[in-house]
Design a protein around this ligand. Structure first.
Ligand code: SF4
Length: 202
């Protein structure tokens, strides 16, 4: 049986393929101000348990998995509504904005819940901590296809053990693996070769 992948890797992969590879192939983890803020935002949602608010049961930190897709992880919050329907909510730092990687991560949670509980989950939401607003997301056929393709690409990446070359861009400045990846050097093979030669000359 193939090794299950962590749900959160979908977000990494759609942010940058190299970032996901550095994590799953080489096992790198690193924190920066951005990830520290994310940890604080998740503090409450990471405590397993449940509560009832305004007639809605809130399940926190529920472990989820999909044997079909080879995935596991947890959902920050699942709202169980009066009619029994489930509605996943993912907490994110930053203001209310649409990011494809957040949408795919939430959709993957819905795919796990659908397989586990044999129910249809048409929608969920991302809660943006800075603006304290939620953005509702419909799990359309396009989003489901993107999510399943990303999961399949991630499994292929793990099987190949290949680390894609860095492509330096603005988003690198916020990446917690910046100091490990060194994208300004590793994105340019000639500069990388020179740096490596200098290192081994001493
Ligand atoms: S620093 Fe840039 S290229 Fe390197 S892993 Fe992060 S986002 Fe990807």
């Amino acid at each position: 049986m193939r090794e299950p992948l962590a749900l959160s890797l979908l977000n990494d992969f759609l942010y940058c393929h190299r970032r996901a590879a550095l994590k799953i192939v080489e096992g790198w983890r690193s924190a920066n101000a951005h990830t520290a803020r994310g940890d604080i935002v998740h503090e409450h949602a990471d405590l397993p348990g449940y509560e009832v608010a305004k007639g809605v049961k809130l399940l926190r930190a529920l472990p989820v998995f999909s044997d079909r897709l080879g995935l596991n992880g947890k959902c920050d919050i699942i709202e169980q509504r009066a009619d029994g329907s489930l509605f996943p909510v993912e907490f994110k730092v930053g203001k209310r904005r649409q990011w494809e990687n957040d949408d795919a991560q939430l959709c993957a949670q819905a795919l796990c819940l659908e397989e586990m509980f044999h129910v249809a989950i048409p929608r969920g939401a991302v809660f943006h901590a800075d603006s304290k607003r939620r953005r509702e997301i419909e799990f359309t056929s396009d989003l489901r296809a993107l999510t399943e393709k990303t999961i399949s690409d991630l499994h292929a990446l793990l099987d190949s053990s290949a680390i894609p070359r860095a492509v330096f861009r603005e988003a690198c400045e916020e990446c917690s693996l910046y100091e490990i990846c060194l994208p300004r050097v590793t994105s340019q093979p000639a500069a990388f070769r020179q740096a490596a030669e200098k290192l081994f000359q001493t």
